[in-house]
Design a protein. Structure first.
Ligand code: HDD
Length: 737
């Protein structure tokens, strides 16, 4: 229905003087900050406290007195410290920063923060896992949330996305079922933060619309190396609207400037034990060290008249638009340059909502998005127990807020005057309605016409083509990882029927893929299982048109491996040493690593000083009990006869090397170090040149003979690191790590 937007009315009213808040988010938060180091300890009432180690008692061995207001207040506050965790995306890490467009996007959207390349808009980003509780491990196999709040001059805009472009389901009404099935079982609360159990695969196998997303979740995308090396997607199709009122469809993409990289599954599982904060620590430390994470925002734009020209429906969130059909248009860059001061006040209390929109951006009729528009505020009400969560500093817009919302738990704003209704004359008609020209939000006037019906469009009923597209787009190494992930996930499923049904779904994706999965989970590729869709699909004009729409069989843009950014910036190298190492070589290689933006840490049996063969000392940053190869991107073992002799006798050091080899990481050593590689099961490497002084890079294992040039050696090591991982090491299967 074409409706009139009420905000266009009352144009006769005088124009308000728009107060533009010049303060930065930083500045705005300032007034809420407290720094206990700077002052006397006080009660919540501001009364200075002289003693906080003993409660007030009737005699030093007597009972505590109720009149001890300091004790009561301190304890009560502590008892009430928790708020309910998010029902999904409970575990997350946040960072502040800014977004700046490269050029004006005014041709496509009137959103002011995208229209002026000179404007830096403050942002707060929260990365998250979906399934686990607040205290769960970071590196589990899961989708990652990528939620950005832009504090624009026209109000807050939230882009609440994930690190994968499709979603599991098409209609939000299935979201509670999806989440119930993937969360721990209701009877025993197991397993934590994992999809690898019967209930999830039971649900998934009965819902073929999940198949495309399952391919992404089984792929390496579900175990990112770092939040800084992860893409982000708005998932749904949204709308851009320009000042002339012209609308286009838009998909949002974030691309990390460091490239998109992943862990390997064995490493991810071990990290969950060794450092369950791996991803949040990585983000925090990078920002502390000034290695600010950067992401490029791009859009895919589709003209309104092209809406039905694809072989999938733009309103179906289980589909992506292949970049080969609609290329990405870079819009601007986001830089995350400040850690939160307080996890709870900022990261935990951040409240996102896909319906937080600014003029120039609007939603579409995607039924998943429509349902989200209800769910997010509802969930915040449960978390905050009040509609006043928008007044918490992290959620407050920088743009001024004037309205007649009032009261409720924890109201912060002190509204002035008698007038709390509109229209009014007693308040001179304030606050006035903002006409569209003055930035008033006007919903896009889309014509809508239809019968009330619980059904989906037939154009949503192809659940396999894009799953096949995904499979076709991967390299062999990526396919192998995906099959192995399916062996793990479905291998944990006890019900043979569920395993069979899921493999039957996979036969519709690709016969070879299904065979490879079936082989690892003890079942034959099933024939004749009904994998037809659930849901009530209705044919219509739109679905008829779409049947012959544009498509591609392969999308190289989907593969991480094919789109590697060859940079070593911020990568971490472990340097294994014991007393007697070659200081000259270490110093030169370390300097070359540093110059390339690589961080290195000395790892040794114990913490403390290690002495070089020539007497110099280095400090061991980590001991074997406090770290592991899984916490580094590459390893380097400097020469030095005594150091290598000692390492040869250290099981932990040998394990460190074999594990890094198995995880396909670059390894570099020279001279005597080559013996260590042989002992550590570094197999298949051609060490023929070890005595010649030549520098060799064999599948990421860089070796140099005694006479080799340290700079050439470091260069080759850096080259090997640029590849991130060396998947072509077939011999890794034989390594017992
Ligand atoms: Fe959601 C949180 C992303 C579908 C309901 N969602 C949440 C967060 C992200 C996403 C990143 C965490 C925000 C933060 O860091 O605080 N959700 C998505 C994406 C979806 C999606 C990309 C599909 C395209 N979500 C989805 C549906 C529903 C919800 C279909 C329900 C109808 N999501 C929620 C929620 C959460 C949430 C229950 C929990 C905490 C919160 O909202 O603030 O409302």
């Amino acid at each position: 229905m074409k409706g009139k937007d009420s905000s266009n009315e009352n144009k006769h009213l005088p124009k308000p003087t728009v107060k533009v808040d010049e303060k930065s988010k930083d500045h705005q938060l300032e007034e809420f900050r407290s720094d206990p180091r700077k002052d006397y300890l006080t009660t919540d009432q501001g009364v200075p406290v002289n003693h906080t180690d003993d409660s007030l008692k009737a005699g030093s061995r007597g009972p505590t007195l109720l009149e001890d207001f300091h004790f009561r207040e301190k304890m009560t506050h502590f008892d009430h410290e928790r708020m309910p965790e998010r029902v999904v995306h409970a575990r997350g890490a946040g960072a502040h920063g800014y977004f700046q467009p490269y050029q004006s996007m005014a041709e496509f959207t009137k959103a002011k923060f995208l229209s002026d390349p000179n404007v830096k808009t403050p942002v707060f980003v929260r990365f998250s896992t979906v399934v686990g509780s607040r205290g769960s491990a970071d590196t589990v196999r899961d989708v990652r949330g990528f939620a950005t709040k832009f504090y624009t001059q026209e109000g807050n805009y939230d882009l609440v996305g994930n690190n994968m472009p499709p979603f599991f389901i098409q209609d939000a009404i299935k979201f509670p079922d999806l989440v119930h099935s993937i969360k721990p079982d209701p009877d025993n609360d197991m397993p934590q933060a994992s999809a690898a159990h019967d209930t999830f695969w039971d649900f998934a196998s009965l819902m073929p619309e999940t198949t495309h997303m399952l391919m992404w979740v089984l792929s390496d995308r579900a175990i990112p190396r770092s939040f800084r090396m992860m893409e982000g997607f708005g998932v749904h199709t949204f709308r851009f609207i320009n000042a002339a009122g012209k609308s286009r469809f838009v998909k949002f993409h974030w691309r990390p400037m460091l490239g998109t990289h992943s862990l390997v599954w064995d490493e991810a599982q071990k990290l969950a034990g060794k450092d369950s904060d791996w991803l949040r620590r990585d983000l925090w430390e990078a920002i502390e060290m000034g290695d600010y994470p950067e992401f490029e925002l791009s859009v895919q734009l589709v003209e309104e008249e092209d809406e039905l020209k694809f072989d999938f429906d733009l309103l179906d969130a289980t589909k992506l638009i292949p970049e080969e059909l609609v290329p990405l248009k870079p819009v601007g860059k986001m830089v995350l340059n400040r850690n939160p001061d307080n996890f709870f006040a900022e990261t935990e209390q951040a409240a996102f909502h896909p319906g937080n929109l600014v003029p120039g951006i609007d939603v579409t009729n995607d039924p998943l998005l429509q349902g989200r528009l209800f769910s997010y505020v509802d969930t915040q009400l449960n978390r905050f127990n009040s509609a006043n969560f928008t007044e918490v500093p992290i959620n407050r817009p920088l743009a001024p807020v004037h309205n007649f919302q009032q009261d409720g738990f924890m109201r912060q704003t002190i509204n002035k005057g008698k007038v709390n209704y509109w229209p009014n004359s007693l308040g001179d008609g304030n606050p006035m309605l903002a006409p569209e020209e003055a930035g008033g939000y006007v919903h896009y006037q889309e014509r809508v016409d239809g019968h009330k019906i619980r059904a989906r469009s037939q154009s949503f009923n192809d659940h396999y083509s894009q799953a096949t597209l995904f499979w076709n787009s991967l390299t062999e190494a990526e396919k192998k990882h995906l099959v192995e992930a399916a062996h793990f996930e479905l291998g944990k499923v006890k019900s043979v029927e569920v395993r069979k049904r899921q493999v039957a779904n996979f036969t519709r994706v690709d016969a070879d893929f299904a065979r490879r999965v079936a082989a690892g989970i003890g079942i034959e590729v099933p024939a004749d299982i009904d994998t037809s869709s659930t849901g009530n699909y209705e044919d219509n004009e739109a679905s008829k048109k779409m049947k012959k729409g544009k498509s591609v069989k392969e999308s190289p843009a989907i593969s991480m491996e094919r789109n590697k950014i060859e940079t070593v910036k911020t990568r971490k190298v472990a340097i294994l040493v014991e007393d007697g190492f070659d200081c000259n070589e270490l110093t030169q290689v370390r300097a070359a690593l540093k110059a390339a933006g690589v961080q290195s840490k000395i790892v040794s049996k114990f913490l403390g000083k290690r002495k070089a063969s020539t007497g110099e000392e280095v400090n061991a940053d980590k001991s074997h009990v406090t770290t592991g190869s899984i916490m580094f991107d590459a390893i380097y073992i400097p020469d030095g006869e005594k150091s290598i002799e000692a390492l040869l006798k250290e099981g932990d050091a040998l394990h460190f090397i074999s594990e890094a080899f198995k995880h396909c990481k670059p390894i570099a050593t020279s001279g005597h170090g080559i013996k260590l590689l042989e002992r550590a099961f570094v197999l298949g490497v051609d060490f023929a040149d070890k005595t010649s002084g030549k520098v060799v890079n064999h599948k990421g294992v860089v070796t140099a003979g005694n006479e080799a040039d340290a700079d050439a050696f470091a260069d080759l090591f850096l080259d090997a690191m640029k590849k991130h991982r060396h998947w072509d090491r077939e011999e890794k299967e034989m390594v017992p790590a």
